[in-house]
Design a protein around this ligand. Structure first.
Ligand code: GAL
Length: 636
């Protein structure tokens, strides 16, 4: 693979006489891709059926003639006012029953079939016009599903759609009542039409009800995306992509990804540092304020590489201060280049910066671009150009399957969000912390979905907090001769989110009999190293199984049968790293303890070493300047 760079561009924001100059400067910067169009519905069809394609034709021609390949976005994230006037009930409704109004973006409910058809019609019209245009090489569908909390909508359309979805799933109200356990609190229903959405109830609604609603809502994102793709495919044979977000679990990305060729995500390391709470607290945030969390970007590259079945991009790369973080510092010089190279090392085929030029107007006027709004090159442009030059000499990068994988499951994220049983239980965070511990050991990691049928030639597979064992996964485990580490909370519920009988998870000899959630200031020290935090399970051990790690009070923390292990607790990174190091060695893996803020990523024949610190760091005898990286040849 030969990695490339790109940029997001909004020709409609600028006078036409600067487009050619912009295109020329993009090419001079070393960029080869440009994404356009994803918010331009109002400029393309200001009134129903009255199209003004000419300006977009011209923009595509100018960009393409300059040597750039175009990613064209479908504009469904910004339906113009006439669309809302046509379908006044297409607006989403929040959990408190309030309509979410026109006046920003993403003002639509995924369940509204009229809007879904309108969006697909517009996407089809675009594909008809540009589907065979030699410059338009990739299609992006919509923009950041779920952004601004838009997956769930409590609208009338959602209510009807949900009832229909439930009728198809359960076939009879009696089956639904049984699956949900509606006998509890006299919640039985006689007719699917009686089932309401799970909001505005006096106290918590039935968790199975909420889980089905989340599942239904996720399916609407999948269907909305698929409707556009299928309206377009007949006019174009180009690849399709969507730009996913960080820390976003409200819909099943694997399912959306099945209808697209490429997965991409929008990487804003400093914005996300502020948004994502870690156990390290405020000092950590201060230390990495201008660099970002050293594992956060890598985690998402690895996750979305799985969503894209091996093909991933960064569609939007932070170029400087953004406007939406709690605080919006300037990145340390070197970081834009580091983030981009790191993405490439994790498999990104293209890293595309958001955005070309800062807009001096509207919501994002404080958001940096590669160019300042006065057209002067910003620091990010300088770094992008340096990287483009480096990439020319880097040659092809090959990627191979990582020897370690983590099973990631969106449904489990919903389940534990609905019933965390302790304020600190957060599925994403749990998986992220196990991932961080693996990276501290210098390991490269893949993600796999819960319906994976085999683990390939991997050596170590982690399955944290998976709600329900799937048949496929059971088969994959049975066929696998490496080390598997499950827990905590893995396999604790059946598919209806009821506690398993007999007790789960029945893995590595562990049956969980009681669980305890821990306050943030309570730690259970382990005999070996580190602590159990947040969550702790008491277990019964089956015959033939043994416990191999304990709390200082003697409670089992890790159980074992052959190559299978079960973790009975959420551990801090020190404890995970200690245990994973032992088990990785047992699995035949080579580990190397990474210095703080320094991370290693395997790129086939080469390795990338990154230093996220704002000071010099050392790895063995290799010196790394602050905010810098080195490519190592043949360490393996
Ligand atoms: C992304 C979004 C872009 C832009 C950007 C600003 O979430 O896709 O359209 O708003 O954030 O950082």
């Amino acid at each position: 693979m030969k990695p490339e760079l790109g940029v997001c561009y909004y020709p409609e924001h600028w006078p036409q006489d600067v487009w050619a100059e912009d295109a020329k400067r993009m090419v001079e910067t070393g960029l080869t891709w440009v994404r356009i169009g994803e918010f331009a519905w109002g400029k393309l069809e200001a009134k129903q059926g009255v199209y003004t394609w000419e300006w977009l034709d011209k923009a595509v021609k100018i960009l393409g003639d300059a040597g750039l390949k175009v990613v064209m976005g479908t504009p469904s994230a910004t339906p113009p006012k006439w669309v809302v006037n046509k379908y006044p009930d297409m607006l989403a409704v929040d959990e408190d029953g309030r309509e979410r109004k026109f006046g920003s973006r993403r003002h639509y409910c995924f369940s509204h079939l009229g809007f879904r058809a309108e969006a697909a019609r517009m996407a089809g019209d675009m594909a008809k016009r540009y589907g065979k245009n030699p410059y338009v090489q990739v299609w992006q569908i919509d923009n950041e599903y779920a952004c601004h909390d838009t997956t769930l909508s409590y609208s009338a359309a959602a209510r009807l759609g949900f009832q229909d979805w439930l009728a198809q799933k359960y076939q009879s109200p009696a089956a639904l009542n049984r699956a949900w356990g509606n006998v509890f609190w006299s919640m039985d229903c006689d007719d699917f039409a009686e089932i309401d959405l799970p909001n505005l109830t006096v106290t918590e609604p039935n968790p199975a009800h909420v889980l089905d609603f989340k599942n239904y809502s996720s399916d609407q994102v999948v269907a909305f995306n698929a409707a556009q793709v299928s309206a377009m495919r007949r006019y174009t044979d180009r690849d399709f992509v969507h730009n996913y977000m960080g820390i976003e679990t409200s819909f099943d990305h694997f399912k959306v990804g099945e209808d697209l060729e490429i997965a991409s995500w929008d990487s804003y390391p400093l914005g996300f540092l502020e948004r994502f709470e870690t156990n390290e607290g405020d000092d950590f945030k201060a230390k990495y304020a201008q660099q970002g969390n050293p594992d956060f970007q890598a985690f998402h590259h690895d996750l979305y590489r799985a969503v894209g079945r091996g093909r991933c991009w960064v569609m939007e790369q932070q170029p400087g201060p953004v406007n939406w973080g709690l605080y919006n510092p300037i990145p340390l010089d070197g970081m834009v280049k580091l983030w981009s190279m790191e993405a490439i090392a994790h498999g990104a085929e293209v890293v595309s910066y958001f955005r070309w030029r800062q807009a001096p107007f509207a919501q994002e006027q404080m958001h940096a671009g590669l160019l300042r709004f006065d057209r002067v090159n910003a620091q990010a442009q300088i770094e992008a150009k340096q990287l483009a030059d480096e990439l020319k000499n880097l040659g092809d990068i090959s990627h191979k399957t990582a020897q370690v994988a983590i099973v990631f499951d969106y449904k489990s994220a919903w389940a534990w969000d609905i019933q965390p049983q302790g304020a600190s239980f957060d599925y994403f965070k749990l998986v992220f912390e196990q991932y961080c511990a693996l990276r501290k050991l210098g390991l490269s990691v893949d993600f796999i979905p819960a319906n994976a049928t085999d683990f390939g030639n991997r050596k170590l597979v982690l399955i944290p907090a998976l709600m329900t064992w799937s048949e496929q996964l059971n088969k994959a485990i049975a066929d696998f001769d490496g080390v598997v580490i499950a827990g905590p909370r893995t396999g604790s519920k059946n598919a209806d989110m009821q506690i398993n009988q007999p007790l789960g998870p029945n893995f590595a000899g562990a049956k969980v009999s009681r669980v305890s959630s821990l306050r943030p200031n309570v730690k259970l020290p382990l005999k070996s190293a580190g602590n159990a935090i947040n969550w702790f399970e008491e277990i019964e051990l089956s015959q033939g199984a043994e416990a191999v790690e304990f709390t200082q009070d003697g409670a089992p923390i890790l159980t074992k049968t052959d190559q299978h292990y079960y973790l009975t607790a959420w551990l801090d990174v020190e404890a995970y790293a200690n245990i994973f190091e032992i088990l990785a060695k047992q699995a035949g893996l080579k580990t190397s303890l990474m210095p703080e803020g320094v991370r290693l990523r395997d790129m086939g024949t080469k390795q990338l070493l990154v230093n996220y610190n704002n000071c010099e760091a050392k790895f063995g005898d290799i010196h790394l300047a602050a905010a810098s990286y080195k490519i190592l040849e043949g360490l393996n």
